[in-house]
Design a protein around this ligand. Structure first.
Ligand code: 5AD
Ligand code: SF4
Length: 436
């Protein structure tokens, strides 16, 4: 049995894909190990979303090349989005033996087993969903889990490389999704996050019947009453009230929505090809607040997209204040090769200007997150215990229904318990409290 180790970069979708790869290999004579030092095969699952993400992976490959000099038996494979984007170029790197894109993982065991097989497989597929593969979940992961419900993306946001590296959008059949979450519940898991680049366009046709995302969500909520359910990512142009009503009707669906806005300016949103306006975004927020009072709302923001003016930037800050996001992931625009923006618009906001705008966005969001957390002080919230706090062995951490991280003294509780915590204090990033 040959030991392998997978290092994962990028989004939750990659975490989920690495589990599919581990499962494919574990069924073919390879054995997963939890430390890379013990592995004969190193696989690196990569992300192309921003230039920085790619740089980190290239540095890691340089490190692997040095390891290979000391240990010539070592083999290295590059998986994920960079595999599709860079193809042969990656094979030229001294560390790299195999390059395998997100839709080609079924080829991996054969490639690894035979020196005669081609070392590069990056064809994208219109149909691959790995629906029949039960992901391998390591022993460290026993409470929360991801389940991929669809792959690829058809939206063509101007800045985004995802449609080019992960291919066309396709949904996974609801039966196999349900079977997978039922198995998770049986194995003692307590929470599942359903994953897709744009979950609201989930669609499965079975004869006369079409299953929408709202339909799938309801079906899953009923099938696994003992699992908490989250999902990501929602797209503002497609998120309708039907999903919100399903969330309101099922206590096991967490009251948290990730709704990336990217910008508060209509001119920038149009250029980004997001297909909604500031006004329609705010309308979606109003629906969430009306149908799901107290729902956690998070977002993604990009600073310094092509031709973004100071006024556009100000509109983003204004929108943030109006919505009062609980959390946000904030980025500086990074031009990606071959995207609509790279082909049509100059990357013309100077680097220091992008950095300044991003730091203003981050400073404002820190204030909003702190205010949102302060509003929770005094409340008692349901928290799923996920592990021991990084700061102290005496404390546990978990997440509230609304998606906030919460830290509290251990007492007699264990990982996987659902506890009630009275919030006593907070920072911008964390709630602190005591179990009641
Ligand atoms: N530059 C900066 N941020 C980007 N994102 C996607 N593409 C880019 C890019 N080229 C951000 C968006 C998206 C999140 C996953 O990453 O905010 O929602
Ligand atoms: Fe990129 Fe848009 Fe797809 Fe999100 S929905 S991955 S931003 S193309």
């Amino acid at each position: 049995m040959i030991p392998f180790y997978i290092e994962t970069y990028g989004c939750q979708m990659n975490v989920s894909d690495s589990e599919v790869v581990a499962s494919l290999l574990a069924g073919s004579g390879y054995v997963p190990c939890s430390r890379w030092e013990e592995a004969r095969i190193l696989l690196i699952n990569t992300c192309s979303i921003r230039e920085n993400a790619e740089k980190r992976v290239m540095n890691r490959l340089d490190h692997f090349a040095r390891l290979k000099k000391k240990n010539p038996q070592l083999r290295v494979g590059v998986l994920g989005c960079m595999a599709t984007r860079l193809k042969e170029q990656l094979l030229e790197h001294p560390a790299v033996d195999w390059v395998v894109g997100p839709d080609s993982y079924r080829h991996l065991p054969a490639m690894m087993g035979s020196p005669a097989s081609a070392p590069l497989q990056t064809q994208l597929s219109l149909t691959e969903t790995y629906a029949d593969i039960t992901p391998y979940r390591g022993r460290e992961q026993t409470v929360t889990s991801f389940v991929t419900i669809m792959r690829g993306c058809d939206n063509l946001c101007a800045y985004c490389i995802v449609p080019y590296v992960r291919g066309r959008e396709r949904s996974r059949d609801p039966q196999s999704i349900q079977a997978e979450v039922e198995a998770l519940q049986k194995d003692g898991f307590k929470e599942v996050t359903l994953l897709g680049q744009n979950v609201n366009s989930y669609r499965w046709k079975a004869g006369e019947e079409t299953v929408s995302f709202a339909g799938l969500l309801e079906r899953i909520a009923l099938a696994v009453p003992n699992l908490r359910i989250r999902f990501t990512t929602s797209h503002p142009k497609d998120m309708q009230d039907d999903v919100l009503h399903v969330m309101a009707n099922h206590h096991n669906i967490c009251k948290q929505i990730h709704l990336p806005v990217q910008s508060g300016s209509n001119a920038v949103l149009a250029k980004m090809n997001r297909k909604y306006t500031r006004e329609t975004y705010l309308d979606r927020i109003r629906s969430i607040r009306t149908i799901l009072p107290g729902c956690g709302i998070s977002t993604d923001l990009i600073a310094g997209f092509c031709a973004e003016t100071e006024e556009d930037h100000r509109l983003t800050l204004e929108l943030m204040k109006e919505v009062r996001f609980d959390q946000a992931f904030m980025f500086q625009y990074s031009q990606r090769p071959n995207t609509l923006a790279a082909r049509h618009y100059p990357d013309d906001v100077p680097e220091e200007e992008k950095t300044r705008r991003l730091s203003e966005i981050i400073a404002l969001q820190n204030r909003l997150s702190l205010e949102s957390n302060r509003a929770d002080v005094g409340k008692t919230m349901e928290v799923l215990v996920e592990g021991t706090s990084k700061r102290s062995e005496e404390d546990l951490f978990g997440r509230t229904d609304t998606g906030k991280v919460c830290v509290f003294p251990k007492g007699t509780n264990r990982v996987g318990d659902l506890v009630h915590v009275r919030i006593t204090s907070c920072t911008a990033a964390t709630l602190k409290g005591d179990i009641v």
